[in-house]
Design a protein around this ligand. Structure first.
Ligand code: C2E
Ligand code: CA
Ligand code: CA
Ligand code: CA
Length: 278
């Protein structure tokens, strides 16, 4: 009825501020976009710092919003995480990234991996291992070509349980990497027990690595630590040749950053697999 309609309107205007409304709108739009698959993946190359050959890509999700255009993940991943929609979105990201890697492996001889970011909620969901396994099965990607990026804070919440989950994933043959390493609180004692393959030096240490003595020392220590533990090191956020040279000099094997390529659509990423044209 008419009066009910007005009551409803008053209820909203009185009890919900515009921020909450915008949040609800965003949540609805996100939900709709997940149904419509209005997302795409960009791929950022990871290169061998010595040869500059592309050895893999990190998959980074973008939301193709009907009105806003391409929305960067920092603006919707937290919302997706809070609402639980990340589980649906994460499955889509995982399967899409695996399918893309499968297609590249079919068309190119370059050995490569694709790195996929896991959110906390995804990591802690009960059937994480099943989700990963079915993404691999549906795409036909052998597990060793998939790397899962997790963060220290995700894992340290309950390190013992997390280590168990990580072991299951590692046993499947999937590679694990610790993203944003150095910004969290993992103890060395815990790190030693993680069945991981790679440490990613956070870009906040790379930014001023050639001008800030503390950042230089941190980056160098992470590389040394990783090597002691037989891990690979990826430095992220490399924008200039000086940073690349410094990190290579410290023994860092792999680089990622605008210097080598921004995150890009898959067809552009594929061109990089053909190697430098002579
Ligand atoms: P991240 O995992 O640390 O990803 C690296 C971010 O650094 C990306 O931002 C990338 O575009 C940016 N970046 C790469 N090279 C450079 C550089 O040389 N300089 C600078 N300043 N930045 C660089 P992006 O794509 O906006 O992603 C932001 C964050 O959103 C990611 O940070 C990740 O935490 C999250 N994210 C992205 N895709 C996904 C996803 O599929 N699932 C989940 N759960 N999170 C995602
Ligand atoms: Ca990442
Ligand atoms: Ca990172
Ligand atoms: Ca991050």
């Amino acid at each position: 009825s008419k009066s009910k309609g007005r009551n409803t309107y008053q209820f909203y205007s009185a009890d919900m501020n515009s921020k909450t409304l915008r949040y609800l709108e965003m949540e609805n739009a996100l939900r709709k976009s997940i149904q419509n698959q209005d997302f795409l993946l960009h791929f950022q190359p990871q290169v061998d710092l010595r040869t500059r050959a592309v050895i893999g890509f990190e998959a980074l999700v973008r939301w193709r919003h009907p009105e806003l255009g391409l929305v960067p993940p920092d603006e919707f991943i937290p919302l997706a995480e809070e609402t639980g929609l990340i589980l649906l979105l994460g499955d889509w990201v995982l399967e899409s990234a695996c399918r893309q890697a499968r297609a590249w492996l079919d068309r190119h001889t370059t050995p490569l991996h694709v790195a996929v970011n896991l959110s906390s909620r995804q990591f802690w969901q009960g059937d994480l291992v099943d989700s990963i396994a079915s993404g691999l099965t549906r795409s036909g990607l052998p597990a060793q070509h998939l790397e899962l990026e997790i963060t220290e804070s995700m894992v340290m919440r309950e390190a013992d349980v997390a280590i168990g989950k990580m072991r299951e994933l590692a046993d499947m043959g999937v590679r694990l990497s610790i993203d944003d390493f150095g910004t969290g609180y993992s103890s060395l004692a815990a790190l030693r027990q993680f069945p991981i393959h790679t440490l990613k030096i956070d870009k906040s240490f790379v930014r001023e690595v050639t001008t800030n003595a503390n950042d230089a020392a941190i980056a160098a220590s992470i590389v040394a630590l990783a090597h002691t533990m037989n891990l690979l090191v990826v430095a992220e956020g490399i924008e200039g040749e000086e940073q690349a040279a410094f990190l290579l000099g410290k023994g860092c094997e792999i680089g990622q950053g605008y210097l080598f390529g921004k995150p890009m659509p898959s067809h552009e990423a594929e061109v990089m697999l053909c190697g430098p044209q002579s």
